[in-house]
Design a protein around this ligand. Structure first.
Ligand code: UDP
Length: 342
C-alpha cells in the first residue's frame, strides 16, 4: 500500500489533476470535497485515467464533527494537500464573509486536526495574487506582498500568515505554500479539466467556450496598458505541470528535505504572455478563430505579472514543461469533449 495523502478539494480543477499525478507516483489518495464546485463523476474519470479509484468522502470542511470522525477513521494519513476553497475573485467582492469563513476556517480546522491527529506535512494552494501589481518583474518569493485586490486574494494572504504563525508555534508541522500563477489547460486524456459554472470569469475557459459557439464573443479587457501590445500580461501555467509541483512538494516534506518548516514557492513558467498572444496562440494551435472585441479595462486587473521560478527550479527541482501552444490545445480538446464537438 502506498503512503496516504489527503487531498481536500480533490475533485476540483487543480485537485483532480493532482490526484492523478499522486496516484501515478504510487500514493494512496483520499479526497474530501463537498462538490460545491465539482461533481462526483470526476472520481470516475480519475479512475479511468489511472486505473485506481481514489477514496472519496463528500462533506464540507466546516463540519468539524464530521472532520474529526474522518481523521479517526483514516489514521494513516501522512500528508495533506489543502485545495478546498472558494476562488471566484468577483464573487468574493460581493460575498466577503462567505469567503473569509470558508477559506480561513477550513484551513484553521485542518491545522487543528493536524496537531490532534499527528499529521506533520501540509501543502497549501496559494496564489500570485498575494503580490498585487509588483514593482519589479519577474516576481521572486522575496518580492514584498501588497494589499490584496479582493477578499479572495486577502484569504490567500491571510492563510499564508496563519500558516507561518502556526508552524512557528507547532514544531511537529511543516508546510509548503505554492503560489500559483494562472493555471490553464486540461489533462491530455481530456477526461478531466476545468468546469466553470455559468459564465466563465477566466480567460481560457472564455476563449474555449467562444470557440465552441457557446459565447458570441470574447471581451478583451483593455488594450491600453503599458505592455508591448497593450493587453495585460500573465504567466499561464499548464495544470498538469502545476499538479506535478504538488507531488514534488509532498516528496520534499516526506523526505524531510525542507530547509525551514514553512517554505513557499512561485509556480509558473517564468514567461509572460499577453491576452492577445493567448488568443493568437489558441487560433494557431487549434485552427479555430476566436471572435473578440476590445472593451474597457476590468476593475481590479493588474497590468502584468510573471514569475521568477528560480527557487522552484533549483530548490524544488520542478520546472514547467508543456508549451502554451500545447496547453491551449489541451484546453480546446477538453472543451470539445464535454460539448461533443468533433
Ligand atoms: N481577460 C479578458 N477577458 C476575459 C477574461 C479575462 O481579457 O473574458 C483577461 C484579464 O483582463 C486578464 C487575463 O485575461 O488580463 C487573465 O484573466 P483571468 O481572469 O483568467 O485571471 P487573473 O489573472 O485575473 O486571475
Amino acid at each position: 500500500m502506498g503512503r496516504q495523502v489527503l487531498v481536500t478539494g480533490g475533485t476540483g480543477y487543480i485537485g483532480s489533476h493532482t490526484v492523478v499525478e499522486l496516484q501515478s507516483k504510487g500514493f494512496e489518495v483520499i479526497i474530501i470535497d463537498d462538490l460545491s464546485n465539482s461533481s462526483a463523476e470526476v472520481v470516475d474519470q480519475i479512475e479511468k485515467i489511472t486505473g485506481i479509484r481514489p477514496l472519496f468522502e463528500q462533506f464540507n470542511l466546516l463540519d468539524a464533527k464530521r472532520l474529526n470522525t474522518f481523521f479517526q477513521k483514516y489514521n494513516h494519513i501522512e500528508a495533506i494537500i489543502h485545495f478546498a476553497a472558494f476562488k471566484a475573485v468577483g464573487e468574493s467582492v460581493n460575498k466577503p464573509l462567505a469567503y473569509y469563513q470558508n477559506n480561513l476556517i477550513s484551513l484553521m480546522y485542518i491545522l487543528e486536526c493536524m496537531s490532534r491527529y499527528k499529521i506533520s506535512n501540509l501543502v497549501f494552494s496559494s496564489s500570485c495574487t498575494v503580490y498585487g501589481q509588483p514593482d519589479q518583474l519577474p516576481v521572486t518569493e522575496q518580492t514584498p506582498k501588497k494589499e490584496a485586490e479582493s477578499p479572495y486574494g486577502n484569504t490567500k494572504a491571510i492563510s499564508e500568515e496563519i500558516l507561518n504563525d502556526v508552524v512557528k508555534a507547532t514544531p511537529e508541522i511543516t508546510a509548503i505554500a505554492l503560489r500559483y500563477f494562472n493555471p490553464i489547460g486540461a489533462h491530455p486524456s481530456s477526461l478531466i479539466g476545468e468546469l466553470p459554472q455559468g459564465v466563465p470569469n477566466n480567460l481560457v475557459p472564455f476563449i474555449t467556450q467562444t470557440a465552441a459557439g457557446i459565447r458570441p464573443q470574447l471581451s478583451i479587457f483593455g488594450d491600453d496598458y503599458q505592455t508591448p501590445d497593450g493587453s495585460c500580461i500573465r504567466d499561464y501555467i499548464n495544470v498538469v505541470d502545476l499538479a506535478k509541483a504538488h507531488v514534488v512538494a509532498i516528496n520534499r516534506l516526506l523526505d524531510n528535505k525542507t530547509k525551514s518548516r514553512y517554505e513557499f514557492f512561485n509556480i509558473g513558467t517564468g514567461k509572460g504572455a499577453s491576452v492577445l498572444e493567448v488568443v493568437k496562440t489558441f487560433e494557431k494551435a487549434t485552427g479555430v478563430k476566436v471572435n473578440y472585441t476590445i472593451v474597457a479595462r476590468r476593475p481590479g486587473d493588474i497590468e502584468q505579472i510573471y514569475a521568477d521560478t528560480t527557487n522552484a527550479n533549483k530548490i524544488l527541482g520542478w520546472k514547467a514543461e508543456v508549451s502554451l501552444h500545447d496547453t491551449l490545445l489541451s484546453a480546446w480538446n477538453w472543451e470539445k469533449k464535454i460539448r461533443n464537438i468533433n
